[in-house]
Write a protein that binds this ligand. Structure first.
Ligand SMILES: Cc1ncc(COP(=O)(O)O)c(C=O)c1O
Length: 373
């Protein structure tokens, strides 16, 4: 083996303004260079406890069962579904984008009878229509995406949706991968049974962990399940024994990623949730105004537009792939195209966590102006 063929890893200094991963905070990178300790080292147990405490703050919950699943956001999605679903359960999934589709696929694989409630991509659901659908049969759970990264739409009225589901006896699973830490996610006030997220968006950490929180109602169900959870690695009844007081080995915790998450969350707590949400919103508004000016209008109506991920309608003056390639090659800026129903129709621009900064917006807008001139 001629090892000299493998050059030093030297990635370009990209400005990550796509749907994720987002810019990692330099303090998080520094935390990741911290020496490893064992997964049962008392010092790591303290890191775990602090991380859980900080996660409860960000999820705005008192749920005891709140922890980071090892794996990306999809592992969080899978954990939420596989722990609640038993084969033969009737499940309702609200689909208004790519990640709702993914939930349908996962739920089917765990043996659920899945009904889907569809809305065109970019739109959101009215709680009334969800309740009407829930009335048709006894659903075990309702799942929806709070912040659809494929469309840039933010589902509002979550409280009304959960109230409707609970009136009908269904659990509520909420995907908040692109909202946690960037827009309000009020797990307790909204009475969400299970919510999950990912670390690589508004928490400004690398991908690799999926924070999840489970309320007492869902936890009681978990303990009373008639069948074992269909996925051993994501079985919360096993994982909670490591994160809870028993400290029983389940799998080797990804120590470095947990250091990263703790630091990312500490930064969120220092800024404070209200200030953080206000910053995401103000920066998103700056971007929206700039995009309007250069004739790339935001795709989603203002009233349910997501601050952490903006979609804009593509101009005939811009080539989808060619334009994004020039942004990357000439300006080191990464943004993303649309996919599924929106392929070739929109661009997706993320302003998440550490990446949500005025200088990034100014840079992107001036690059776009050049591209379109
Ligand atoms: C809303 C939403 N849910 C789930 C996921 C899946 O997360 P991951 O790609 O980290 O597995 C993503 C990823 O972008 C997402 O945006």
């Amino acid at each position: 083996m001629d090892a000299s063929q493998f050059k030093d890893l030297n990635p370009s200094p990209r400005v990550l303004l796509g749907p994720g991963p987002s810019m990692v905070h330099p303090r998080v990178l520094r935390a990741m260079a911290t020496p490893l300790v064992g997964y049962l080292d008392p010092e790591f147990l303290a890191v775990m406890n602090e991380t859980q405490q900080l996660l409860r703050y960000v999820f705005q919950t008192k749920n005891e069962l709140t922890l980071p699943i090892s794996g990306t956001g999809s592992a969080g999605m899978e954990a939420a579904l596989c722990n609640l679903i038993e084969p033969g359960d009737d499940v309702l999934i609200a689909v208004n984008g790519f990640f709702g589709e993914r939930m349908v696929e996962m739920a089917r694989r765990y043996g659920a009878n899945v009904d889907r409630l569809d809305r065109p991509w970019g739109e959101i659901f009215d709680p009334g229509e969800i309740e009407q659908h829930l009335a048709q049969k006894k659903y075990k759970l309702l799942a929806f995406v709070h912040a659809e990264t494929s469309t840039g739409a933010l589902q509002s009225n979550v409280q009304d949706i959960t109230a409707a589901a609970h009136r009908r006896g269904a659990f509520v699973v909420m995907d908040c991968v692109t909202s946690l830490g960037g827009a309000p996610v009020q797990v307790d006030d909204w009475d969400v049974d299970v919510a999950y997220s990912g670390t690589q968006k508004c928490l400004s950490c690398p991908p690799g962990l999926a924070p999840i929180t489970v309320n007492a109602r869902a936890r009681d169900f978990l303990r009373a399940r008639k069948t074992p959870v269909g996925n051993w690695y994501l079985d919360l009844t096993l994982i909670e024994k490591y994160w809870g007081s028993e400290r029983t080995y389940h799998h080797t915790a990804p120590i470095t990623l947990n250091y990263a998450l703790r630091e990312g969350l500490r930064i969120v707590a220092e800024e404070g949730l209200a200030a953080r949400f206000a910053r995401h919103r103000a920066n998103a508004e700056m971007l929206w105004a700039g995009l309007e000016e250069i004739d790339l209008p935001p795709f989603v109506p203002l009233k349910h537009r997501l601050p952490s991920l903006t979609t804009c309608a593509l101009s005939p003056r811009l080539d989808d792939l060619g334009g994004r390639k020039r942004l990357l090659d000439d300006y080191n800026i990464e943004i993303a195209g649309g996919f599924g129903q929106l392929k070739g129709k929109i661009w997706r621009i993320g302003l998440m966590g550490f990446g949500s900064r005025r200088e990034n917006i100014a840079l992107l807008l001036s690059a776009l102006r050049k591209l379109m001139s």
